[in-house]
Design a binder for this molecule. Structure first.
Ligand code: AR6
Length: 186
């Protein structure tokens, strides 16, 4: 994975690569309400983790989440074959034009995931760009919310010590950097 930017003295890094090859305690999955797997980063994580992950997600649905996991929330599972202490499954909002609470729900998906990482004592966690693929959230707007939410959290808490935001392409990472460094959110 290629490191393209550091903020907060290295506590928050922007990297390019496959999130499954993150070197750290936990990764976040951009999941959906059903927790039944899917395409994008969800598909990549389930393929790399193997069938145990889907089984665990199904058990969660049967035990504590009969209606699924709503947008803005997150849950923890084991990591199957992946070398992490756990996987945090977060559901971002589907972009509906910007008047359906998307900002709050996207921020909540990140914050809830960070709270779960802290609760588990995980020191390093990697996020994908939640909602910016199949869910259609504009990348520049998502960048600003993501940056603000992560920076606010890290300013208040010591754990996790390190947060990485993983983009699948250099182009997407550059959109993130332009969006957060051009405005007043820096
Ligand atoms: N590592 C890092 N980032 C990745 C990877 C990877 N291996 N693969 C894709 N991305 P998406 P969403 C990037 O669509 O918008 C699924 O079907 C991708 O380029 O994965 O939250 C779920 O089951 C994009 O920038 O997530 C849901 O139904 C980012 O990850 C739905 O898609 C997010 O794109 C969730 O949609």
């Amino acid at each position: 994975m290629e490191n393209v930017r550091e903020y907060l003295g290295g506590r928050f890094t922007v990297v390019v690569g496959d999130i499954c090859s993150f070197d750290g305690d936990a990764i976040v999955n951009a999941a959906n309400t059903s927790l039944a797997g899917g395409g994008g980063v969800d598909g990549a994580i389930h393929r790399a983790a193997g069938p145990d992950l889907l089984e665990e997600c199904k058990r969660l649905r049967q035990s504590t989440l009969p209606d699924g996991l709503p947008a803005g929330k997150a849950v923890v599972t084991g990591a199957g074959k992946l070398p992490f202490k756990g996987i945090i499954h977060a559901v971002g909002p589907v972009w509906r034009g910007g008047h359906a609470d998307e900002e709050r729900l996207l921020s909540s998906a990140y914050r809830t995931s960070l709270e779960l990482a802290a609760k588990n004592g995980w020191k390093s966690v990697a996020f994908p760009a939640i909602s910016t693929g199949a869910y259609g959230y504009p990348k520049d707007g998502a960048a600003r919310i993501t940056y603000r939410t992560v920076v606010d959290f890290l300013a208040r808490k010591d754990t996790p010590e390190r947060v990485s935001l993983v983009f699948f392409s250099r182009k997407d990472a550059d959109i993130f950097l332009d969006s957060v460094e051009s405005g007043d959110s820096r």
